[in-house]
Design a protein around this ligand. Structure first.
Ligand code: SF4
Length: 502
């Protein structure tokens, strides 16, 4: 049994919340219980010896009020040195926290209905919810009520606090626009069959060092079955998943060994107690793996505006300004996307120009450019596993290349990570970079240089493929030059509207 498996048996992981006040009062964490803090969304940040923590906060249904965003901004300002990241699971992330801060942070979050329970750890993580829910004319169903029902019933539930590894769920509303189901443990993809709206269910997607795209269960379930089916699948994973080797513990390995048909049979016979209805495949997005960008019409005549952050990084001043803009031009709500961006919905057409001017002033304009389609993980700045810098390096690259390549007529997705763990999905991007190190050319012993392996033309849309890994690696200082060449070459050879994968 691995150390973490033994620890989970010793203390039910969500009980770590009960120990946080005493750790905070003492100003130190029992090192043996450190790993369980993940279940409260809390990790040690790099370098661990300094004792600072990072925290992830879930945003259930991916929607938050302006006042809630102000609370997030306040926490970042008071405790997190003004750093604030929007993650690729629609959450917020703080850095530079001390254990003594955590009780007050949790209390402040509680005042606005937010929490961190299950934001990390071997449990059901934040459920990715279509940011278009209730807005876009093309959506099949408003998935927000289902997402809300999943919170507590799946994510954060004691029934799933001890899974073999992390477990991720996505809920899409518009198959033509979203493709994130391919890389989640369960992807619920809404579509319509014979005039009835239901969900195609995909299982066993996951990236990490070995990428697996999800497989269809071959079912069509009603909206009211989604939570029940989700619980059945998570239960089957909890009881049948592998626990001996954490590198082989994700659901994707069980699906690979059993096949989706056998796994479906287990789910139906041992957990649901009834067979699910067979169903056809839902159509999938052409540009899976890229955000819905820019200004888009809502079905009620208003507009939703997806603003592009730079690799998810904002700050308290920008967050407060966004809250004010959502109140001035929208209905006082904002959303987070699964691509480190944010959205202001419910904007009148006559207000768009003014809103865009204000967003431009914040460097958060709704751009359908590289800024909107590029994501990067935490990297060496804070992540203990990282081998390379990520966000700052990519931000510099975007600054250099965004204008030059603003004439791209299709999304061009760049995903970069600081190690093979694929938190920002390097295998399913047009141009994916995975951070690594190699011996320095200086010849000095134990001196390493940062490099990135290249993964070309991955996609989780219609093309549905893991990017091809090229030989060799790009030195960090040549990343911008390399990216520039790839995009320039693409533009020189593509036909109008042709994507990189095509
Ligand atoms: Fe850290 Fe690696 Fe994940 Fe990036 S991909 S956040 S470096 S573990």
């Amino acid at each position: 049994m691995s150390d973490i498996e033994a620890l989970k048996k010793e203390l039910p992981p969500f009980e770590i919340f009960d120990l946080i006040p005493q750790y905070a009062a003492a100003g130190k964490i029992d090192p043996e219980k450190m790993d369980l803090l993940k279940w409260a969304g809390v990790y040690p940040q790099r370098p661990q010896e300094d004792g600072f923590l990072m925290m992830r906060v879930k945003v259930p249904t991916a929607e938050l009020s302006a006042d809630t965003l102000r609370v997030i901004a306040g926490i970042s300002e008071d405790y997190g040195r003004g750093l604030l990241d929007v993650t690729d699971r629609q959450a917020f992330q703080f850095h530079w926290l001390s254990i003594g801060n955590i009780p007050d942070i949790l209390a402040r979050l509680d005042t606005v209905g937010l929490h961190t329970r299950g934001a990390c750890g071997d449990t059901v993580r934040a459920v990715i919810t279509s940011p278009l829910a209730g807005l876009d004319a093309r959506e099949r169903i408003d998935v927000r009520p289902i997402a809300a029902a999943m919170e507590g019933s799946l994510s954060g539930s004691k029934d799933f606090e001890d899974l073999p590894r992390k477990f991720k769920i996505s809920l899409s509303a518009t198959p033509e626009l979203e493709g994130i189901h391919h890389i989640n443990d369960i992807g619920f993809l809404a579509h319509e069959v014979n005039g009835e709206v239901g969900f195609d269910v995909w299982v066993g997607g996951g990236l990490g060092a070995v990428a697996h795209l999800a497989k269809r269960l071959g079912v069509f379930i009603k909206p009211e079955q989604v939570v029940e089916v989700g619980r059945a699948i998570a239960g089957a994973y909890r009881d049948h998943g592998y626990r001996q080797n954490r590198k082989k513990a994700r659901l994707k390995y069980l699906i690979k060994d059993l096949g989706p048909e056998k796994f479906r049979e287990i789910v139906e016979t041992e957990y649901l107690g009834y067979p699910m209805q067979d169903g056809p495949a839902a159509p999938v997005a052409r540009f899976g793996g890229s955000d819905v960008l820019g200004i888009n019409p809502q079905r009620d005549g208003l507009n939703y505006v997806v603003l592009s952050t730079t690799v998810g990084r904002i700050n308290p001043a920008k967050a407060r300004a966004l809250a004010a803009l959502a109140e001035r031009y929208g209905e006082g709500v904002l959303r987070t996307t699964a691509f480190q961006n944010m959205m202001i919905p419910h904007v009148k057409t006559e207000d768009l120009d003014a809103l865009i001017d204000d967003l431009q002033a914040l460097d958060l304009a709704p751009r359908a450019t590289l800024r909107g389609t590029t994501i990067a993980c935490t990297g060496t700045q804070f992540c203990r596993l990282a081998l390379t810098e990520t966000k700052a390096r990519v931000a510099g690259m975007i600054d250099d290349l965004e204008v030059k390549h603003s004439d791209l007529d299709v999304p061009f997705v760049i995903n970069l990570t600081g190690c093979s763990n694929a938190c920002t999905r390097y295998q399913v991007a047009d141009l994916g970079f995975m951070g690594a190190q190699r011996a320095s050319k200086s010849g000095i012993e134990n001196e390493f240089e940062e490099v990135y392996t290249v993964h070309l033309a991955g996609s989780i849309g219609q093309a549905e493929r893991v990017g091809a890994k090229l030989k060799g690696a790009v030195p960090a200082e040549r990343l911008t030059e390399y990216t520039d060449k790839v995009i320039s070459d693409f533009k020189a050879h593509k036909s109008a509207g042709e994507s990189f994968v095509e």
